[in-house]
Design a protein around this ligand. Structure first.
Ligand code: SF4
Length: 432
């Protein structure tokens, strides 16, 4: 079982991730964890796994050493950790504090991590948790996503560019082109091979994407863990759209020490099909029902709810669906994770009309009163904290609402959808 570890007897800027996890973004660029900014070299360059002869050299590179030194000797978290700093400044839980509250049994004690570090910031421990966000291969075309993270969006966005170039300029930008969805950096760099050679040291694998269940080398890695018997020492975490979850996947996952399945759900029924185009909701719901009936005491299912303008007014509906399926479940542990997007800018909560955000906040607060204190803390307090963060950063402007209408109307042209019919309440609140 995970244990609570206090940060109070540790250096104030300490976070265990730079001692435990080797993490890369979808291009293979080094980061500290999935929430941090990229780790950069002396001249501000990205540090890509494909350019490193051996992943070990990245683990104790000068930038990682400097970050560890700062975490041990300075009062402030490094700049790479701004998202954690922002939450903590508001008195909210960050990824760092949440991790300490459920400190995994496979991880060495924080004092051991600190002891492993020499004066230069180098650690003699090897990474034991690996983030594999290896490819943009995905079958979903979410409105809030970009071609950088979903290969299926490429054609839709090209079509949008042809039919409505103004709307096309409003989609979430591509910051760095992913070469080919069928390829991935972990294959190209030999990172999977390196993992196979070091499988005995692996304690936790975190798969994200794209859609990680579509990536064949990910599946081969899982099957090798099972065949070698090492799966019993390994924790798995997946960020998945869930559409491919089957009985066969549950049987695979049963071999592992612990399993965290984080399913993306941003709407219910037709709203799901619109936001996570083309769905279908029926496949997602079938997968969610399979998970809810799963008898695995070592598994946790988390609803990952990405909050944006399209679903802002439906958060209670989304949560109630999840609660009905998982809330009273005795077979499987469940949680929620709420997150906001910054891009596409016009769909971000930061720029949403204040009155609409307040209406959404009050609906979630009302719903929270219907839960007992424990359930409220587990499922809804984080979202109420996110509303606080949005309040401090809020920058509503009418032009963003006009942009939202233009973007959605452009996508409707390409997809033969109708956002005003699917989201009538939002449609009434936004400009014509
Ligand atoms: S402080 Fe936050 S952002 Fe930085 S490494 Fe830790 S969890 Fe990641």
């Amino acid at each position: 079982m995970a244990k609570v570890r206090s940060l109070s007897d540790l250096p104030p800027a300490f976070c265990p991730f730079p001692w435990l996890e080797q993490s890369f973004d979808i291009h293979g660029n080094l980061q500290l964890c999935s929430r941090s900014k990229l780790v950069r070299g002396e001249s501000g360059e990205t540090l890509n796994v494909k350019d490193s002869p051996d992943p070990n050299s990245l683990w104790n590179c000068s930038s990682m050493r400097k970050i560890r030194q700062q975490m041990l000797c300075q009062p402030q978290l490094p700049e790479e950790c701004r998202r954690c700093s922002e939450f903590e400044a508001l008195g909210q839980h960050s990824k760092r504090t949440s991790f300490m509250r459920a400190y995994p049994t496979w991880a060495p004690d924080p004092q051991e991590l600190i002891q492993s570090t020499d004066a230069t910031g180098s650690t003699n421990l090897s990474p034991s948790r690996f983030e594999l966000r290896v490819s943009n291969l995905c079958q979903a075309k979410c409105v809030t996503c970009s071609a950088e993270y979903s290969s299926s969006l490429i054609l839709d966005h090209l079509e949008l560019q042809k039919r409505d170039p103004v709307a096309f300029r409003l989609v979430r930008p591509v910051y760095e082109q992913v070469p080919k969805p069928s390829q991935n950096w972990a294959t190209a760099s030999g990172y999977y091979d390196w993992l196979y050679q070091n499988l005995g040291k692996v304690k936790s694998l975190y798969f994200s994407g794209g859609e990680p269940l579509l990536v064949k080398p990910n599946t081969e890695l899982i099957d090798t863990c099972i065949a070698s018997g090492l799966s019993r020492n390994i924790e798995l975490t997946y960020d998945t759209n869930a559409l491919l979850i089957s009985e066969a996947w549950l049987r695979r996952w049963d071999h592992f020490d612990r399993v965290n399945i984080r399913i993306s759900v941003d709407g219910i029924g037709d709203k799901y099909n619109y936001i996570r185009f083309p769905g279908p909701w029926s496949s997602f719901e079938r997968a969610a029902q399979l998970l809810a009936a799963w008898k695995n005491p070592r598994a946790t299912v988390m609803a990952q709810i990405t909050v944006h303008l399209l679903n802002l007014l439906d958060l209670s509906e989304i949560f109630s669906w999840f609660w009905e399926l998982f809330g009273s479940q005795v077979n499987i542990r469940s949680k929620t994770h709420w997150k906001i997007i910054r891009d596409p800018v016009c769909l971000s909560l930061i720029h949403a009309p204040e009155a609409t955000v307040e209406l959404a906040r009050s609906r979630v607060a009302d719903l929270a009163t219907s839960l007992d204190a424990d359930a409220r803390k587990r499922y809804l307090d984080q979202m109420l904290g996110v509303f606080e963060l949005v309040r401090t950063q809020s920058e509503p402007r009418p032009e963003y609402q006009e942009d939202a209408v233009r973007l959605l109307s452009g996508l409707d042209l390409v997809r033969q959808t109708n956002w005003r019919e699917t989201f009538p309440e939002l449609s009434r609140l936004l400009a014509p």
